[in-house]
Design a protein around this ligand. Structure first.
Ligand code: 1GP
Length: 231
């Protein structure tokens, strides 16, 4: 399937390490979301990723893998998203793991299926922030500099503002979006109502809804109803 990320407005992110019933998965996949993103910070294995892929594949919705560790690279997704954590203090999460993976798979990759995400992690409490030793005390100038770095210096197609677990600063999201020329701005973190989804959708190109899926499925499903007439 050809997947056009430039059309994505709303994405559900599913964690292979968390349980989800068939009924819940059915409702998410048929909700009208633009894609299902599979990924998580910890406990993601080949087996739990294959399982989730097989279950989501029963539906028409595009399914993409956000790769967080080399052991969990599973073929068969529509796209593979590769996070590069721009504000990580640990270089493992900027180029280290990528280097290891390319030593193994570099010659056999289908580059048309691979999309780099310039991640900026902004919630110091998030597992991803701890894992990557991210420097999260950033002001708007810091964040927009990282965004330009991703967009202009490295030509990354995606800048991902990651607040995982908390709802972020929408003014900062808006400012970050405004400096991007080519890259798409993905926002994720703390979207647990339609109202927050709408606020985020007004300032970002794509919003990602994660945790609330597991805490309150009905609220999660509501977030699909954002106004799609904007950018
Ligand atoms: C996580 O950005 C996503 O990677 C979504 O965040 O889980 O807080 O919705 P939440």
């Amino acid at each position: 399937m050809i997947v056009d990320i430039s059309k994505w407005k709303h994405v559900f992110k599913l964690d292979p390490d968390r349980e989800i019933s068939d009924e819940a998965l059915d409702r998410l996949c048929q909700s009208g979301t633009d894609a299902i993103m599979v990924g998580g910070s910890t406990g993601v294995t080949f087996d739990n990723t294959v399982d989730l892929l097989a279950r989501v594949r029963q539906y028409e919705v595009p399914v993409v893998l956000e790769i967080s560790n080399q052991e969990a690279i599973v073929p068969g997704f529509d796209l593979f998203l590769i996070p590069v954590v721009l504000n990580a203090n640990d270089p493992q999460w900027i180029v280290g793991q990528h280097h290891e993976a390319l030593k193994e798979y570099g010659a056999i990759l289908n580059w048309d299926e691979i999309v780099t995400e310039g991640y900026i992690i902004l919630n110091s409490e998030a597992t991803a922030a701890r894992l990557t030793s991210s420097r999260t005390d950033l002001d708007a100038k810091d964040v927009t500099a990282y965004a330009r770095m991703a967009d202009k210096l490295f030509h990354m197609p995606i800048v991902y503002l990651e607040y995982s677990g908390v709802f972020g600063d929408m003014e900062l999201v808006r400012r970050t979006r405004s400096v991007l020329e080519h890259a798409r701005l993905i926002y994720g973190g703390g979207i647990d109502t339609l109202d927050k989804a709408q606020q985020a959708a007004e300032v970002a190109d794509t919003i990602v809804v994660g945790n609330i899926i597991y805490n309150d499925l009905e609220q999660a499903l509501q977030t699909v109803n954002i106004d799609r007439t904007g950018r």
